[in-house]
Design a protein around this ligand. Sequence first.
Ligand code: F6P
Length: 490
Amino acid sequence: MSTEREEMGGTTLSQKKTFMESSSQNPKPQEVLPPGDADHGTQGDKLVIAMVGLPARGKTYIANKLQRYLSFFHGAPTQVFNVGNYRRKMFGSCVEHDFFDHSNPEGVKARRECSHAALEDLKKFISSGMEKGRVAIFDATNNTRTRRQWLIDELSPILQSKSHIIFVESVCEDENMVENNIRATKLSMPDYQSMEPDVAVADFKKRIAHYMQHYEPLSDQDKEYSWIKTVNGGQQVVLNKIFGYLPGRIASFVMNLHTSPKMIYLTRHGQSEYNLTQKIGGDSSLTAHGEEYATALAAWVHKNILVDNPRARLWTSTLKRTIETGKHIRHDEIMLDGQPWIVMRPREWHALDEIHAGIFDGMTYAEIEAADPEEFAMRKKDKLGYRYPRGESYLDVFQRLDTIIHELERQRDHVLIIAHQGILRILLGYLMWNEVKDREECPHISIPLNTIKCLKPHAYGCTCDSLCLLKKEAGPDGQTEPCAPDPPSH
Ligand code: F6P
């Protein structure tokens, strides 16, 4: 079938599709295949990550963030086994500090039962097929050598080697940080819900003191094992025997994690010429309406971010429409802590470019459906895995966003990201781990134009406020109409 659109560029769609068939000039062309095992994280060896450290050192935060990161960006089926949850289920949540006293035989016995139950479930998970269980995270204090040896003995027989058990220790030497952590994460737990906050904090500190008596941090004595130690939210990081691709990514991710408060602002570019004509992809400029949004965004940023926080960053893609959307934001040079600082210095990332629609770049959804109903139906059926011919799939985009995620986690300043619908769906889905359950949901998340999403990460996920900065949206004829949704995506 040949449509008007197909002939416009002198090359028909079917020619573009078969462009890379072998020829005498290129007898062995590179084939772009649909996503396979590598995209679903089911290649490589199984891993167990065992957390180490005193209570209130952010172990559960690291475990949960790792779970989200590995399942989203590496497609690795990952599950956290939190021994505290087993304890709450098996012995109730209202236990006071003496339950954790090592000289209390009943407490010791009960806690052993909990860790055994959690480990049994973990072993079942990690022994199941690769597509069910690739990485298991054992979230407990594991703060003595005997306890860690027990894990090695139990797990080595079911893993490829003992280097596939990676201990991740979180150390925090700052008492204020620990106290803040207790208040932020422990007081809302069922354990303390009916207690006065100060009484609860005092009880929790006694719990920590019981663990401190026997705590054996990872050190040179543990040289034969694989471990990562992070001190004071990544200020110092020690790696020991970290081998392999995924362990390397885990080490880098953990190194960048911290809980210093920061805001992440996400927005799409203003309306582009292609948005107006409902074409996908391309590299068009903003329309007059898009320009209006760029002006409104700058005013909002100056008033709501920069007045109190000049220490903020601006990231865009390399495409015109995002760069133009950020162009009215001020980049004053100021002195901060005795150092020169450029406010919101723009940084362009290729990794933030929109999903590439390959041979369909620059067409409308209606044109794609008319020209190639089969491809159109395939995308509809599997939007996450579908790869545009000569273009990308959402899974490909997940892979290229991996570096962005490490960098975003590392940032301690506020970050404003001006990007595209497909890209922001993935970033939002990753950050909202309390709401978006798995990556299949991402391609369907709504990211309207003219809206800024203000995200505030916290210990158990993220809150998100959506603000529409321009109440009107230009219609396809360029006339300004009441705020209307985007053309439905497919
Ligand atoms: O329509 C705007 C746009 O950013 C296109 O450039 C892109 O192809 C599309 O959105 C991504 O959304 P979907 O995955 O729903 O097609």
